[in-house]
Design a protein. Structure first.
Length: 152
């Protein structure tokens, strides 16, 4: 894994810093799009939109977004064409987000999970790759629907 983008709003800065350190200890390059990493204080939709677009543009392989619940960040990231963001609160959903859905973005809720679980979830997501197979047709169908809406 060469590059991961991370972004958090003010509700999730503590968990973001813990995960950022965890990634850096694994020698992963981390680019921070968080509220505390910028001169201005953007809202979570701004952070999620900017990070998801950076992934779409190929600046990073994957991204992790963190807010209070992970819900808002997932909603916004999924508005960016070509991005598949999955809210993950356990290791199984993190693994399946990658293996079945080829999600490039994972969202976490700082008010929902604790630090140790967060590390385990991130680790499961990092160690999982898209399996293709029967899931390829489903991911392709998601892209088809997305393109049909974006083309209008």
């Amino acid at each position: 894994m060469s590059s991961i983008a991370i972004g958090a709003d003010d509700a999730a800065l503590e968990l973001k810093n813990l995960i950022k350190q965890f990634l850096q200890e694994k020698n992963i390059d981390v680019s921070d799009y968080s509220n505390d990493a910028q001169a201005e204080k953007p809202l979570y939709p701004d952070i999620a939109w900017t990070l998801a677009n950076a992934i779409r543009e190929g600046k990073h392989e994957r991204g992790i977004l963190i807010c209070g619940t992970g819900i808002g960040m997932a909603i916004v990231a999924n508005k960016v064409p070509g991005i598949r963001a999955a809210q993950c609160h356990d290791t199984y959903s993190a693994e399946r987000a990658r293996k079945s859905n080829n999600a490039q973005v994972m969202t976490l809720g700082a008010r929902v999970i604790g630090p140790e679980l967060a590390r385990s979830i991130v680790n499961s997501w990092l160690n999982s790759e898209f399996e293709g197979g029967g899931s390829s047709e489903k991911v392709d169908k998601i892209s088809y629907y997305e393109q049909s809406v974006c083309a209008k």
